[in-house]
Structure formats: structure tokens, C-alpha cells
Design a protein. Structure first.
Length: 163
């Protein structure tokens, strides 16, 4: 691909299953990817099991002070791997995003569910309104997806890409 085209990968920090992927596995794989020349790694966690049924790695809604589901794994990553880290999972506020970067826990923040709930979130933050996303981080947005429908926020009914 050449140096002008970055190669990124998304991997689990762990899948939270007995006998499943562990943080040590993630670190080993990340080291191999680093040596192979990967440009950045996005870290998440959890898994869909059994096939077609979502079992979240975190149950229920999160409180702002607990945002960033994979902080501990990210800190271990940064102790061992020098590739830039993109962190996703349970992050819904501008302040926490900024703190995760300032503290060196992540180089970049990646968002998913908050953007399903509020597709214009980044523009709102850029305008100076840095109040947390409306997303409740309750995983209900996956319900319609698992039922074979489009991904949508149950809170506001937004379909992905709909404002």
C-alpha cells in the first residue's frame, strides 16, 4: 500500500469469556502487528455470543466518571507497544476524551454508539457545546441490528446517518 496509505486494525482488548481472548493475547498480537509495520490499533472489547445474541462486556448504563471501558488494557498496551492507540468503548463526553488523550491513555478517541444516538455530536462539540452525548451507553441500539433492521438509537429513534 505504501507509506501514503495508513493501515489500521481494530482488536479486542479481551472478550470476557472463559478461555477466550485475554489482554496478554492482545498484547502479543499487537507486538506482532507493530513489528509488521501497522500504523495504528483501535482497541475495543467484548463479543457476540452465542451467534446472533449480544452479550455486552459491560452491563447497564455507565456513569461519566467510569467512561472508557478499556482503560486498564490501554495502559498495559502503552507500556509495551509504541504504535498509536485509538480507544473506543463507553466514551461519550468531550472532557473524558480529552483527559484520556492528555493522560497518555490513548492517542485518539473513536466513537460509535454516541454517534448513532447523535450523528452531529462532533460538530456540536466543535461549536463549543461540549456537554456529553445523549447516548446512555445501554447497548439498546444493537437490538434492532440483531433483529435484522438498521442500526438505530432507541432513545431518539435515529437511524445511522439520520440527523
Amino acid at each position: 500500500m505504501g507509506k501514503k496509505y495508513p493501515i489500521l486494525i481494530k482488536i479486542n482488548s479481551e472478550d470476557f469469556l472463559d478461555g477466550g481472548v485475554t489482554v496478554e493475547d492482545m498484547l502479543s498480537l499487537s507486538s506482532m502487528l507493530e513489528h509488521a509495520g501497522i500504523d495504528a490499533i483501535e482497541m475495543c472489547g467484548g463479543i457476540l455470543v452465542p451467534i446472533g445474541k449480544f452479550i455486552p462486556s459491560r452491563q447497564g448504563r455507565i456513569k461519566t466518571e467510569n467512561e472508557g471501558d478499556y482503560r486498564d488494557a490501554a495502559m498495559r498496551f502503552n507500556e509495551n507497544i509504541k504504535v498509536p492507540l485509538m480507544l473506543v468503548g463507553g466514551i461519550r463526553s468531550y472532557d473524558i476524551s480529552e483527559k484520556l488523550i492528555e493522560e497518555g491513555i490513548a492517542n485518539y478517541i473513536s466513537l460509535c454508539r454516541p454517534l448513532v444516538c447523535e450523528p452531529d455530536l462532533i460538530n456540536r462539540w466543535k461549536s463549543g457545546d461540549t456537554y456529553s452525548a445523549s447516548c446512555l451507553s445501554d447497548n439498546l441500539c444493537l437490538k434492532s441490528l440483531l433483529e435484522g433492521h438498521e442500526l438505530r438509537c432507541e432513545l431518539g429513534g435515529n437511524k445511522i446517518g439520520e440527523c
